[in-house]
Design a protein around this ligand. Structure first.
Ligand SMILES: Cc1cc2nc3c(=O)[nH]c(=O)nc-3n(C[C@H](O)[C@H](O)[C@H](O)COP(=O)(O)OP(=O)(O)OC[C@H]3O[C@@H](n4cnc5c(N)ncnc54)[C@H](O)[C@@H]3O)c2cc1C
Length: 510
C-alpha cells in the first residue's frame, strides 16, 4: 500500500506556539503535519536530569494541548527514544520533512541528533533545523556576534496563523500502541513549590515583571529572598522554550519608553544578551560539559571528599547561608545568580572539590540549561584562566544580602529563634545563648565543616599561583581567541577582553 506523505514538527526545548520558526515554515508547506514530542528514557536518566524538569515539560505540553483543542488535534506525545519513534512513523507514513529547532543540549541529545541525521539521510528525509534564539551554529568567529544578536532580536517574530493548519489525522490505534509507558505520577502531578510550566505562565511572569516587579530588579537581584519577586523568573520558560528570546526582547523594548526605572530595564536586557552569549560558548565548545575549558587546570588536583559533598548537597555544612541556599534550591528549583555563584564557590574553593561533581546542581535548577550552566560553573570555579577568580565570602554575603536572616530562618528552622546579629555565624554563640535560642550547635545544627577563612586562604594561595603558570596563560590565549568578540577595537588588548568577560560575572564585589 502506498504510504501517505507527511511532515513532522519535532518539538524539543521550544514548547510554545508564538514565534516558532519550525511551525511557521511547516504551515507554509502542503503536507499534513504531525506534531510530536518524545520523553526519551536515555535523556531522562542522564546525570543532569530530574523529575522537576520533566514535570515542567509535561505542564508545557498540556498548555499547548489545551490551545490545540479547537483544532481537534493533539501533539503526539511519546515516552520512547526519538529515533525509535521516527523509525516507526517512517514504516507507517512517508516522512518528507522534519521541522525542528537546533538544540544546544548535552552529550546524549547531541549523539541522538547525529543518529537522527543519519536516519534522515538513509530515508531521503529533509531535516530543516532552525536557529535557537541568538545562538549561531558553526560560528566561525565572534566578530560581529553582538550585531547579529541584535538583528535577530529585532526581526519580526515568526507567527503561525490561527486557521490555516493542515494536521495529520493520526491512526489512533497505531499511536496508542506506539506511545510507550505512561509517565511517572511525579511528572504528571503538579507540585506547588515549583514554577508551573507553559507558554501561558511564561507570558504571565514576563508581563507581571514588566508591569511592576522590575522596579526593584537592580536593588533585589543579589538578595536570596527578595530576588524571588524582584527578578523576572523567566529562566525556566526560556530554557524550555515556552517563550522565545526575541519575544522577551521585543516585549521588553515596548515597555522601555514608559518605564520609570530605565536602569533596571537596561540591566535586564543585558542579561538576556548574556543568556545567548553563554550558550554560544557552549555551542562552540561543548566539551565544557566534562572538561576544563582551560586544559591546564587538569593538573590542579582536588581529592574527592564524599562527606563534604554530602554535607553541601543536604544543606548541613554548618554555614547557614550556604545551607539555606542548598535546601531552598532542592525544594523550589530556584536561586538567584549571586547565591548560585556563592554555593559553587564554597564547593570548589572552601571545600576544595572538583566542579565536575556539581551535576547535582543541574538537577536542582528548574531552569537548567546546559549552555548556560557549564560555562557558568567553569567560570565560577576559576578554571577558565581568563576571568577574575572570585572566592565569595559566605559570611559577608549573608550579612549583606540576608541582613535580617529572614532567608536563613525560612530554610533552616533549627535557627528560627536566633537573632539577626548572630545568625550568620551561629557557632560563635555562647552556651547560654544556645540555650536561650533553643539550638545546640553540634547537635541540632552542625559546626562548620571547614574554617571559612582558613579554607578560603588556602584555596586562594593555590589558585592564584596556578593562574600564573605558563600552561594556563597559553590556554587562556586560545580561549580568548575562540570565545571573545574579536572586533578590531577589542582585539587590540587581550586584558581588556578578559575584563569584558568579567562583566559577565555580574561585575560586583564578592
Ligand atoms: C553556577 C551557575 C549556574 C547557572 N545555571 C543556569 C542555568 O542552568 N539556566 C539558566 O537559565 N541560568 C543559569 N544561571 C544564570 C542565572 O543565575 C539565572 O539565569 C537567573 O538567576 C535566572 O533567574 P531570572 O530568570 O529571574 O533572571 P533575571 O535576572 O530576571 O534575568 C533574565 C534572564 O536573563 C538570563 N540571565 C540572567 N543572568 C544570567 C547569567 N548570569 N548568565 C546567563 N544568562 C543569564 C536568564 O535567561 C534569565 O532568565 C547560572 C548561574 C550560575 C552562577
Amino acid at each position: 500500500m502506498l504510504k501517505q506523505d507527511i511532515a513532522i514538527v519535532w518539538l524539543k526545548r521550544d514548547l510554545r506556539f508564538t514565534d516558532h520558526e519550525p511551525l511557521f515554515n511547516a504551515q507554509k508547506q502542503q503536507l499534513p503535519i504531525l506534531l510530536i514530542y518524545c520523553f526519551e528514557p536515555s535523556v531522562m536518566h542522564y546525570d543532569d536530569s530530574d523529575v522537576r524538569h520533566w514535570r515542567f515539560v509535561h505542564q508545557s505540553l498540556q498548555d499547548m494541548q489545551d490551545k490545540l483543542k479547537d483544532h481537534k488535534v493533539q501533539i503526539a506525545v511519546f515516552h520512547q527514544e526519538a529515533l525509535f519513534v521516527f523509525e516507526k512513523i517512517q514504516k507507517k507514513y512517508n516522512i518528507a520533512t522534519i521541522f525542528s529547532h537546533q538544540e544546544i543540549g548535552n552529550l546524549v541529545t547531541y549523539n541522538r541528533d547525529l543518529a537522527v541525521k543519519d536516519f534522515c539521510t538513509q530515508h531521503n528525509i529533509v531535516w530543516k533545523e532552525y536557529q535557537s534564539n541568538g545562538v549561531i551554529r558553526k560560528l566561525k568567529s565572534r566578530r560581529d556576534w553582538e550585531k547579529r544578536w541584535k538583528l535577530k532580536m529585532k526581526e519580526p517574530p515568526k507567527m503561525v496563523g490561527e486557521s490555516n493548519w493542515r494536521f495529520l489525522d493520526i491512526d489512533k490505534v497505531w499511536y496508542e500502541n506506539l506511545k510507550g509507558e505512561p509517565l511517572n505520577i511525579e511528572i504528571t502531578k503538579p507540585h506547588k513549590s515549583f514554577q508551573m510550566g507553559g507558554e501561558t505562565m511564561a507570558w504571565k511572569y514576563l508581563s507581571s515583571f514588566l508591569k511592576d516587579r522590575y522596579v526593584n530588579y537592580s536593588k533585589h537581584i543579589s538578595k536570596p529572598a527578595l530576588s524571588r519577586k524582584g527578578c523576572s523568573r523567566i529562566s525556566p520558560y526560556l530554557s524550555y522554550g515556552n517563550i522565545s528570546m526575541r519575544m522577551v526582547y521585543q516585549y521588553t523594548m515596548q515597555h522601555y519608553s514608559t518605564s520609570s526605572n530605565k536602569r533596571a530595564i537596561n540591566n535586564f536586557i543585558s542579561r538576556l544578551h548574556w543568556h545567548c552569549h553563554f550558550m554560544q560558548k557552549f555551542e562552540d565548545e561543548c566539551r565544557m560539559e566534562f572538561e576544563n575549558v582551560n586544559r591546564a587546570y587538569d593538573n590542579l588536583v582536588k581529592p574527592k571528599n564524599e562527606a563534604y559533598i554530602l554535607a553541601w548537597q543536604t544543606g548541613t555544612t554548618g554555614v547557614p547561608i550556604v545551607d539555606a541556599c542548598m535546601r531552598c534550591v532542592t525544594q523550589t528549583g530556584y536561586l538567584n545568580f549571586r547565591m548560585r555563584a556563592m554555593v559553587v564557590s564554597f564547593f570548589v574553593f572552601n571545600l576544595w572539590q572538583d566542579w565536575r561533581e556539581l551535576h547535582y546542581l543541574a538537577k536542582q535548577f528548574l531552569d537548567y540549561e546546559p549552555g548556560i550552566h557549564y560555562p557558568q560553573l567553569q567560570m565560577q570555579s576559576g578554571v577558565t584562566g581568563i576571568n577574575t577568580i572570585r572566592i565569595y565570602n559566605p559570611i559577608k554575603n549573608s550579612m549583606e544580602h540576608d541582613e535580617n536572616g529572614e532567608f536563613i530562618k525560612t530554610w533552616i528552622p533549627e535557627l528560627s529563634l536566633v537573632p539577626a546579629d548572630i545568625i550568620h555565624e551561629p557557632w560563635k554563640m555562647s552556651a547560654m545563648e544556645q540555650e536561650l535560642y533553643k539550638v545546640k550547635i553540634g547537635k541540632d545544627y552542625p559546626f562548620p565543616i571547614v574554617d571559612v577563612e582558613e579554607s578560603r586562604k588556602a584555596a586562594s594561595d593555590q589558585v592564584y599561583q596556578f593562574k600564573k603558570t605558563e600552561a594556563v596563560k597559553t590556554e587562556a590565549k586560545r580561549i580568548l581567541n575562540k570565545h571573545v568578540n574579536t572586533s578590531k577595537q577589542d582585539a587590540k588588548n587581550a586584558s581588556k577582553q578578559a575584563a569584558i568577560i568579567d562583566l559577565f560575572n555580574n561585575n560586583t564585589p564578592q
